[in-house]
Ligand binder design. Structure first.
Ligand code: SAM
Length: 216
């Protein structure tokens, strides 16, 4: 099947069909060519309803999960958003269409370099990226209106909470090494935090100072 048609069908059945309502998220999912972010041999599966391997034992998340997390961040076009776990770069490319500027951090250099090339090819000039341990955030650019973590954490990193603006949202999978719950934390006007559990999920490990240790 033609990949543009496959993308349209993916959005109709997996995104709109499962209840994603934010029209800006839907438009971004229609616009960004996911097949460029998967390994070339897998481009025919790029619009399937699943996570796919991207090398280095890492994955590009399932399209529905990408859209769901993006919707839960409640992004405005003036927002500055931090993503931990660039991976293929696909999620960052979706966020780039929803926010003013995206800051994304990846710990594995070879993945980061590939993603950077794709951002350049697609003309996504509002994405800044660095190779580092994202569990400690990006203090020079903080505070952020939204923070997205796309790897499973043992607990919510304190450093990320500190880098959230008042009214800001943090979406993060938290749990054990196999299964997590997607959590959204909001920083309230009084500086406190409110937390809600969204859904069960499975992500690769968030590795680093405020993540899983001993895998570096
Ligand atoms: N957002 C990605 C995408 O669209 O392809 C999915 C990423 S994959 C599920 C999770 C990524 O988080 C992996 O590439 C992994 O190397 C990265 N990661 C894990 N721990 C990290 C850390 N402490 N800092 C930055 N990246 C990290």
């Amino acid at each position: 099947m033609n990949l543009d048609i496959a993308r349209k069908k993916m959005v109709e059945s997996q995104i709109i069909g499962r209840g994603i309502e934010d029209s800006r998220v839907i438009e971004a999912m229609l616009r960004v060519p996911r097949h460029l972010f998967v390994q070339e041999a897998m481009s025919a599966q790029a619009y399937s309803d699943s996570a796919l391997p991207i090398g280095e034992k890492q994955t590009i998340s399932q399209p529905y999960m990408v859209a769901y997390m993006a919707e839960k961040l409640e992004l405005r076009s003036s927002d500055r958003v931090l993503e931990i776990g660039t991976g293929s770069g696909y999620h960052a490319a979706i966020l780039a269409g929803l926010a003013q500027r995206v800051y994304t951090i990846e710990r594995i250099p070879v993945l980061a370099v590939k993603a950077r090339k794709l951002f350049d090819t697609l003309g996504l000039t509002n994405i800044a990226m660095k190779i580092d341990d994202g569990t400690v955030g990006w203090s020079q650019e903080a505070p952020f209106d939204a923070i997205l973590v796309t790897a499973g954490a043992p607990r919510i990193p304190d450093g990320l909470l500190k880098q959230l603006a008042v009214g800001g949202r943090l979406v993060i999978p938290v749990g054990d090494e196999k299964e997590q719950v997607l959590i959204r934390v909001r920083k309230d006007e009084d500086g406190g935090f409110s937390e809600e559990s969204l859904l069960d999920c499975r992500f690769v490990k968030l590795i680093g100072k405020e993540g899983w240790k001993g895998y570096e």
